[in-house]
Design a protein around this ligand. Structure first.
Ligand SMILES: [Zn+2]
Length: 160
């Protein structure tokens, strides 16, 4: 992180926006992860979609922070989005696959109780990643593959 700050453009070229500052959560200052506006539009409460605007967003990756999406103009908190954000404190249910509404617990169960050893078996048992529309349904707008993999790893480590 320190290195990134040294490359900050705030004090150098006029007219360039500072990427570091822009991508930091307005509340906790943690660097966020880029999310397309289409994802944000789909996941904020219906009554708030008008506030989404034209710019892309960041997702605050801090599990303790109540902020979910933010950019320079707007921010949305946990209570203003339709789904629990899996890595935030108190997320319930904790989805691993948002498209098929498969929870981390279901994936872990498939590994521990049904003895699934790999992604393919887990997907077969849980039905995860069917009709994948991750750009709209996953809070990061990315494929849930890596979240499921993390849950599989958790399950595998619980077996021993
Ligand atoms: Zn935050």
């Amino acid at each position: 992180m320190e290195e990134g700050l040294n490359n900050c453009c705030c004090e150098s070229t006029v007219g360039l926006t500072c990427e570091i500052e822009e991508s930091s959560c307005p509340v906790c200052k943690t660097l966020g992860s880029k999310v397309k506006r289409v994802t944000v539009e789909h996941l904020v409460l219906e009554s708030l979609t008008e506030l989404v605007g034209d710019s892309d967003y960041y997702l605050c990756m801090n599990e303790e922070c109540n902020v979910v999406y933010y950019n320079k103009e707007t921010s949305f908190s946990k209570r203003q989005v339709k789904v629990p954000i899996w890595f935030k404190n108190g997320a319930n249910p904790k989805y691993a696959c948002y498209c098929s509404k498969v929870t981390e617990e279901q994936v872990i169960n498939a590994v521990v109780n049904d003895r699934a050893d790999n992604m393919k078996e887990v997907l077969r048992i849980t039905g995860a990643m069917k009709d994948a529309q991750c750009e709209k349904n996953n809070p990061l707008g990315k494929c849930c593959h890596h979240i499921i993999q993390n849950a599989i790893d958790k399950g595998l480590s619980m077996r021993q």
